[in-house]
Design a protein around this ligand. Structure first.
Ligand SMILES: *Cc1c(COP(=O)(O)O)cnc(C)c1O
Length: 361
């Protein structure tokens, strides 16, 4: 069998969730959209079931997958509903939805509900993607509050650059959010922090925080923070050396010969490539771990294979374990070498089987 695999450490997931929840000091919505950032939404939600205050998904398809798997906790549709036809399903499966556009307010006004609803009303505080503008926010809020079946409302917004610890954008967005909150009834629950804000901007922590990436043990903060150092990697992508060859100086390796040996070089071929989700344009020198020791990628990544430099790893050879990212090697470090983000690499996992490790801790 091909030796590539992704091991998903569910103990680490729970550790990270508890860490996030403790930091937030209130409730924490575990964001498991995009198949839990490539980790498997059902397995991750089950691992957190009974513990997570709720789950965040992008769309109703993702929510139904969790409900069908028996997840009973609250589920928030973070991208809202896409047409009024979804309202019946939202109602039947007891989902919470985000409302971010005026047409959605109107659709809810036309809906005849038979159970109490919880809606999260999204403000565009400056990211300029989804959300009601500051000028229309309070009015939309009052219209929704007037619906007798809307039992609970949460004010929410989303940051665009909370990873940048010295940028003014996050305090500015927070001020816009607080300004909108001031026009709502006192005691209105609020939610604005994603992972980066939760770890790096304590003033953004409100009734609900919404950690995503940090649950999986990664981050993109541009300066060290103890809150990030406490995270544990959940996904470890690994494979093995399946061939070894010795090359003289001046020999090209792989497609397009982008790498030419500058010394006599011992090359290891690893069974992992871009069709597994490893970044195709990772540059020579991208870190890998070879039997637990730091090593480097050399040559262009192919669809099913990549090549590493074994010259300084005399004990490594056929069958050596190669970690491409995970508990020994932060996925963000690998992402940075290819113009990617950890979000992209984790959600891009393909083909390799996922194995779940869970001691129940
Ligand atoms: C994806 C998402 C999150 C989680 O973001 P991270 O940066 O992964 O923590 C939080 N809130 C909303 C609305 C999202 O779409």
């Amino acid at each position: 069998m091909r030796p590539s695999r992704a091991t998903i450490d569910l103990d680490a997931l729970r550790h990270n969730y508890r860490h996030a929840r403790a930091l937030g000091g209130g409730k924490a919505l575990a964001v498991v959209k995009a198949d839990a950032y490539g980790h498997g939404a059902v397995a991750c939600a089950r691992a957190l079931d009974g513990e997570a205050d709720g789950f965040g998904v992008a769309c109703i398809e993702e929510a139904l997958e969790l409900r069908e798997a028996g997840v009973r906790a609250p589920i928030v549709l973070l991208e809202g509903f896409f047409d009024a036809g979804e309202l019946a399903l939202i109602e039947r499966h007891d989902l919470w939805t985000v409302v971010a556009s005026p047409w959605q307010v109107e659709a809810l006004e036309r809906h005849r509900a038979t159970r109490p609803w919880q809606v999260w009303v999204k403000l565009d505080s400056g990211m300029h993607r989804l959300g009601l503008s500051p000028g229309e926010y309070a009015h939309a809020w009052r219209r929704l509050a007037a619906l007798p079946w809307v039992e609970r409302m949460v004010a929410m917004s989303h940051f665009s650059r909370a990873d940048e610890l010295s940028h003014a954008s996050t305090p500015e967005q927070l001020a816009a959010f607080d300004h909108a909150l001031a026009q709502l009834p006192a005691g209105t629950p609020a939610s604005i922090a994603n992972s980066a804000a939760l770890m790096a901007w304590p003033r953004t922590r409100r009734e609900w925080v919404r950690p995503g990436l940090m649950l999986y043990g990664s981050h993109m903060l541009d300066a060290p923070r103890a809150e990030a150092a406490a995270l544990r990697a959940v996904m470890t992508l690994e494979s093995k050396v399946i061939a070894v060859r010795d090359l003289a100086e001046g020999e090209p390796i792989g497609y397009a010969g982008t790498f030419i040996t500058t010394r006599p070089t011992r090359v290891g071929v690893v069974a992992a490539g871009y069709a597994d989700g490893y970044p195709q344009y990772a540059t020579s020198g991208t870190p890998v771990m070879i039997d637990g020791r730091p090593g480097e990628l050399i040559g262009r990544v192919s669809m099913d294979m990549l090549t590493i430099d074994l010259t300084d790893h005399p004990d490594a050879g056929l069958g050596s374990r190669v970690e491409l990212w995970g508990s020994e090697l932060p996925v963000a470090d690998v992402a940075a070498r290819s113009g990617n983000s950890p979000y992209r690499l984790l959600t891009g996992l393909k083909r390799v089987p996922r194995r779940y490790a869970d001691s129940g801790d």
